[in-house]
Design a protein around this ligand. Structure first.
Ligand SMILES: NC(=O)c1ccc[n+]([C@@H]2O[C@H](COP(=O)([O-])OP(=O)(O)OC[C@H]3O[C@@H](n4cnc5c(N)ncnc54)[C@H](O)[C@@H]3O)[C@@H](O)[C@H]2O)c1
Ligand SMILES: O=C(O)C[C@H](O)C(=O)O
Length: 315
């Protein structure tokens, strides 16, 4: 018996985002990974996991990667990442997925309570603000342990477009996106900079406006190009950045979908806000002063999330 144990990650949903996430976790030697999908997908899930494992000697990385449809295999996972559910197709909004995905989220959350009651949960399934709320209400876990992913991805898209427009390195761009993961999300230009230089010193307003609009519709741009599914490389990279920040207790300031109890004027809602992520999950929500116009945009985004939360099959 070793003194130190490898971490255990469970990735629920072995589709595009789940497998990409599992592979990144394995490549980074973050711990052992258990991929879970429905019984009808048991063999393909085992096959995907075995294929990843066999990349180990080449990359190289160590660590187990296994596939299963038996939730018992997630027993005592330190972190569970939920990507289970359907993805949208061209012409659909993320909210159109709510009825099917809410049922899946309730089922998955109950299994997590049963087998991994001490785990930290990252939620990706859409509509993600409402799905994170569903997971929180169903598990009854404390709010710091149920976290949704949207802002890391939305900010990454924003930063990609800014770096492209200025022909500069992506890591020098600090973007900032608040609110729900929908077309009314709020990219905050006042808090965005390139190498410490405010964005509006470097780009004309109409270019900034075009980048904001492209960021808001960034998910849809990929959906339209793919034709039958949605983005998975950048979403998986975003999940893994959040996972790494938590398990290494890095205490980075990253946007998370967090449960609000008065912050930014909202209660009993999950919404994208800047947070400190560390060994305790969401360690705090950072409240920033907003201008009247920014608050108005955030209110619109929060209203859009509330409308979806109101129709959820949870109390
Ligand atoms: N929050 C974000 O930023 C973000 C980004 C990308 C994708 N998403 C969302 O993530 C979800 C997954 O996307 P994808 O591209 O991986 O889809 P996908 O169709 O490739 O994979 C989903 C997988 O979930 C599985 N599944 C369904 N019910 C399950 C259950 N009860 N238990 C376990 N697995 C189950 C399916 O069999 C499938 O393999 C979608 O809802 C998508 O909209 C969110
Ligand atoms: O756009 C989608 O439906 C998937 C995801 O939320 C994304 O932003 O890529």
């Amino acid at each position: 018996m070793s003194m130190f144990k490898r971490r255990k990650f469970a990735v629920i949903g072995a589709g595009f985002t789940g497998t990409t996430t599992a592979f990144l976790l394995a490549q980074k030697e973050m711990g052992d990974v258990v991929l879970v999908d429905i019984p009808e997908q048991q063999n393909p899930t085992k096959g995907k996991a075995l294929d990843m494992l066999e990349a180990g000697p080449v990359e190289p990385f160590n660590g187990k990667v296994t596939g299963t449809s038996n939730y018992e295999d997630i027993k005592d996972a330190d972190m569970v990442i939920i990507t289970a559910g359907i993805a949208r197709k061209p012409g659909m909004s993320r909210d159109d997925l709510v009825n099917i995905n809410a049922k899946i989220m309730v089922d998955v959350s109950k299994e997590i309570v049963r087998y991994a009651p001490d785990s930290y949960i990252l939620v990706l399934s859409n509509p993600v603000d409402a799905m994170t709320y569903t997971c929180f209400k169903t598990t009854g876990f404390p709010k710091n342990r149920v976290i949704g992913q949207s802002g890391v991805l939305d900010t990454a898209r924003f930063s990609t477009f800014v770096a492209e427009a200025l022909n500069i390195a992506v890591e020098d761009v600090t973007g900032f996106v608040l609110g729900g993961h929908g077309d009314s999300m709020v990219p905050l230009i006042r808090y965005s900079n390139v190498g410490g230089i405010p964005l509006d010193h470097l780009l004309p307003q109409e270019k900034i406006d075009a980048i904001v609009e492209r960021t808001r519709k960034g998910g849809g741009e990929i959906v339209n190009l793919l034709g039958n599914g949605s983005a998975y490389y950048a979403p998986a990279a975003s999940l893994v950045q959040m996972a790494e920040t938590i398990v290494k207790d890095k205490k980075r300031i990253l946007p998370s979908i967090a449960y609000l109890e008065g912050e930014y004027g909202y209660k009993d809602i999950y919404l994208g806000v800047p947070t400190i992520l560390g060994g305790n999950g969401i360690e705090s929500v950072i409240e920033l002063p907003l201008t009247a116009d920014e608050q108005k945009q955030l209110n619109q985004s929060a209203e859009d999330v509330k409308k979806v939360i109101e129709i959820l099959p949870v109390d």
